[in-house]
Design a binder for this molecule. Structure first.
Ligand SMILES: Cc1ncc(COP(=O)(O)O)c(C=O)c1O
Length: 437
């Protein structure tokens, strides 16, 4: 036994040595090293945890999953956190839960309308379409890039049943208005918090206002598990439904390796099944398997300890971009935090003004040729994407800002891997480009 313990200690010590040798020191060579818009930021703790999970060889949901879910739950101060294999799965699960007939009259049905925006990531909209509901696209405001509250009010009809929105690139949407309208019209609210973990609205973390919220731990996000995500809710019934949809649709909620925690495994009647049919194999929802592995959770467990400092670095990097780009007010619309919010910015979003002597694409082509990575605001106008063009959706009013974003907006990174040397380099690259225009 002690041999196993000392072997483990030896492996951990070697892992730390390996981290030091392979990852600890990074040189930045201007013009040669890419300035990524995002990326994983980690130290030896993440690798040690991953190795630890490998040595456990538990493989599925286990001790690290429990610890990670608990830390997330503590961070957000939210009762139930369910880990998933991606943020897209988290969105699918959040939405699936609301389609359950167990919610009685409140369950979402095909043909119901769900308010969202077209300027975003498709994973927020896909579940609405997949379940046969109608996404209603509302225009966004520039420079917050979030739903226009007045247009949102105008979009609500008797068919509206849910509001499903992302906090765009970490900037909280107007939660005051959204929650007030949801209360008034009896609507579900799902917060897609995938890009905003650690952002605050009126001093409270985003992801804690709506009925359900989701997170993504893909490497571009605030913390990473490689692939991964989570769903959070304070509602025990919704938590149970999310778990059922996540775990094959099954009614039983025992963890892997557990049995008969309810004490009624062989003594209940379900559907038209015979009395006492094994509860472990009773399916009360048409579900999936979207669980996280213990390796992913082991990495997440180390990452989340860094989340507060990551968020501070993202805020500081946002200010550094502003210091550089505010020198060019004639060319750029710079991002602004939503009123009453404190965003842990996912990125720095910029719109090229209509009368600038260059286009967004000319600028981003130059930046990327100089190894300064940029991205567009995801799908641009989603209604113009091949996958969505022929789907049933409704556009509430018009989408002029969404169209403007499609053609003129891009973003730069704010992730904690950016250094002062990289900012100095980016400042020079912008100055070089702009001096030619
Ligand atoms: C707002 C938003 N929601 C959901 C997702 C999907 O997350 P994942 O890549 O983990 O599936 C993303 C993308 O990364 C996103 O930006």
């Amino acid at each position: 036994m002690s041999d196993i313990k000392s072997l483990r200690q030896e492996i951990v010590a070697k892992t730390i040595e390996y981290y030091e040798a392979k990852f600890a020191h990074k040189d930045f060579i201007p013009g040669k090293t890419r300035v990524n818009y995002a990326g994983r930021v980690f130290d030896e703790k993440e690798i040690v945890n991953a190795v630890d999970a490998s040595l456990d060889f538990w493989l599925t949901e286990g001790r690290f999953s429990e610890a990670f879910a608990e830390k997330l739950s503590e961070f957000l101060n939210i009762e139930h956190v369910l880990l998933t294999n991606s943020g897209s799965s988290a969105n699918l699960l959040a939405f699936s839960a609301l389609t359950s007939e167990k919610l009685g009259d409140k369950h979402l049905k095909p043909g119901d309308e769900v308010i969202s925006v077209a300027a975003g990531f498709p994973a927020t909209v896909a579940p609405i379409v997949q379940y046969g509901l109608i996404p209603v696209f509302v225009d966004v405001d520039i420079p917050t890039y979030n739903i226009d509250p007045e247009a949102l009010k105008a979009a609500i009809t008797p068919k509206t049943r849910c509001i499903f929105l992302a906090h765009t690139l970490g900037n909280p949407f107007d939660l005051g208005t959204v929650m007030e309208l949801a209360g008034k019209h009896n609507l579900w609210v799902i917060e897609d918090n995938c890009d905003a973990l650690g952002s605050k609205y009126k001093g409270q973390y985003t992801g804690t206002f709506g009925h359900i919220s989701t997170m993504s731990f893909y490497p571009a996000h605030h913390i990473t598990t490689g692939e991964g995500g989570a769903v959070a809710t304070n509602d025990p019934q919704l938590a149970k439904l999310i778990r059922a949809f996540r775990d094959w649709g099954r009614d039983c909620y025992c963890m892997g390796g557990e049995n008969n925690t309810c004490g009624k495994r062989f003594s209940q009647v379900f559907g038209k099944l015979p009395l006492g049919y094994d509860h472990k194999y009773v399916y009360s929802e048409v579900g999936y398997n979207l669980k996280m592995t213990d390796w992913q959770a082991a990495i997440g467990s180390a990452q989340i300890d860094k989340l507060p400092s990551f968020c501070e670095q993202r805020k500081a990097n946002f200010k550094k971009h502003t210091a550089i780009l505010s020198k060019y007010p004639q060319y750029f619309i710079l991002p602004e935090a939503t009123k009453n919010s404190d965003p842990a910015w996912f990125s720095y979003i910029v719109t090229v003004k209509d009368d600038a002597p260059f286009t967004r694409d000319e600028l981003t082509a130059y930046l990327n040729s100089q190894l300064v990575e940029t991205r567009n605001l995801f799908a641009g106008n989603m209604t113009k994407q091949p996958a969505y063009i022929n789907r049933d959706f409704r556009i509430a009013g018009e989408l002029p800002n969404t169209d403007k974003i499609t053609g003129s907006t891009f973003f730069l990174g704010t992730y904690p891997g950016l250094t002062d040397e990289m900012f100095q380099y980016m400042e020079k690259v912008f100055a070089d480009f702009l001096s030619k225009h």
